[in-house]
Write a protein that binds this ligand. Structure first.
Ligand code: DOR
Ligand code: ZN
Length: 335
């Protein structure tokens, strides 16, 4: 059995910088046509110069592969209209983090609401710059995403022309909210389609599956699978592949993030095939994102075959999801 994926896109990707960038960027560029690059570097990407130089470093790390890094800015509440107008030439979206909610988000927003962020959101809406949001409150870890839904509603209602992407959704309630507002969209990760909290902490603790938002309940995973498998037009694949060096994962305080970029397409094929919906994978990993973000990525055809792929134990100092295990699908060729 074979599947041909055209121009796969990863609409939520952490590539980091320096040595880590050199390790992980080629792995995404090998099988994806492009990706939306997250701006949570230290310090975060907040100026046009930051965006341009980071993009250059990414392209250098990628080498000869055809791969488009779609850049983002880290949301700051003091961006003005003229700055955003200029920045729009270099970015695809702006990513908003509540302060301190996840890795390198300390410079994020203290209070997320339509009033206090009004002038920036107004300008983004007018300039048609999409807003990507890490939607979690500061509440109990299993409730954070659900508690944030009223914030999404507030933003969606008050800025009806602003495209708002609920990043890495993990709950059935987030899935339900999608159809309530025309301007709400979502990304779904590979790991949240695969795992629940049981896989992370139900037996021996598995640090390489620890991420934010934390994986939820079986019924949440079911809702995510349903909406991804049907390739709902407002839903896109965004891996949230978030590499950390092994010593930061297998450590006293484990960093949040699952590294999935090099195994994502193989594992998605396996999942979609088992659900009998392989024909919908193209929309989930590319067509929906092209439509939502009006993208025209470099042409790439990835042929996957139903042959076992043994996932390496590590890529340099980063441990991928399914390390040392077998996935039922492998990449046969990329052209
Ligand atoms: O698990 C996560 N890791 N979630 C995020 O939101 C950020 C990411 C990272 O940058 O490591
Ligand atoms: Zn992320």
């Amino acid at each position: 059995m074979r599947v041909v994926l055209k121009d796969p896109l990863d609409m939520h990707l952490h590539l980091r910088d320096k040595e880590m960038l050199k390790v992980v960027a080629p792995l995404s560029a090998k099988s994806f046509s492009g990706a939306l690059i997250m701006p949570n570097l230290v310090p975060p990407v907040t100026s046009v110069e930051d965006v341009r130089s980071y993009k250059e470093r990414i392209l250098e790390a990628v080498g000869k592969e055809r791969f488009e890094p779609y850049m983002t800015l880290f949301f700051k509440n003091d961006y003005d209209y003229d700055f955003l107008k200029e920045a729009k030439k270099y970015i695809t979206a702006i990513k908003l983090y509540p302060a301190g909610i996840t890795t390198n988000s300390e410079d994020g927003v203290l209070s997320v609401d339509s009033r206090s962020l009004g002038s920036v959101l107004e300008a983004m809406s007018e300039l048609e710059i999409p807003l990507c949001v890490h939607g979690e409150s500061e509440g109990f870890v299993m409730d954070r995403e659900r508690e944030f839904l009223s914030v999404y509603e507030d933003l969606a209602k008050n800025f009806p022309k602003l495209k708002i992407v609920m990043e890495h959704i993990t709950t059935k309630e987030s899935v339900s909210l999608l159809d309530k507002y025309e301007n709400l969209y979502a990304t779904i990760t590979l790991h949240h389609l695969y795992i629940t909290l049981d896989d992370v902490a139900g037996g021996l603790l598995r640090p390489h599956l620890f991420c934010k938002p934390i994986a939820k309940r079986p019924e949440d995973r079911m809702a995510l699978r349903k909406v991804a498998f049907s390739a709902h037009p407002k839903v896109m694949f965004g891996s949230d592949s978030a590499p950390h060096p092994v010593d930061k994962k297998e450590s006293f305080g484990c960093a949040a993030g699952v590294f999935t970029a090099p195994i994502a397409l193989q594992a998605l094929c396996d999942l979609f095939e088992k659900a009998g919906v392989l024909e919908n994978l193209q929309k989930f990993v590319s067509d929906n994102a092209k439509e939502i973000y009006s993208l025209n990525p470099p042409k790439k055809e990835v042929v996957l075959v139903k042959e076992e792929y043994e996932v390496p134990n590590s890529f340099k100092n980063v441990v991928p999801m399914f390390a040392g295990e077998k996935i039922g699908w492998s990449i046969e060729s990329v052209s």
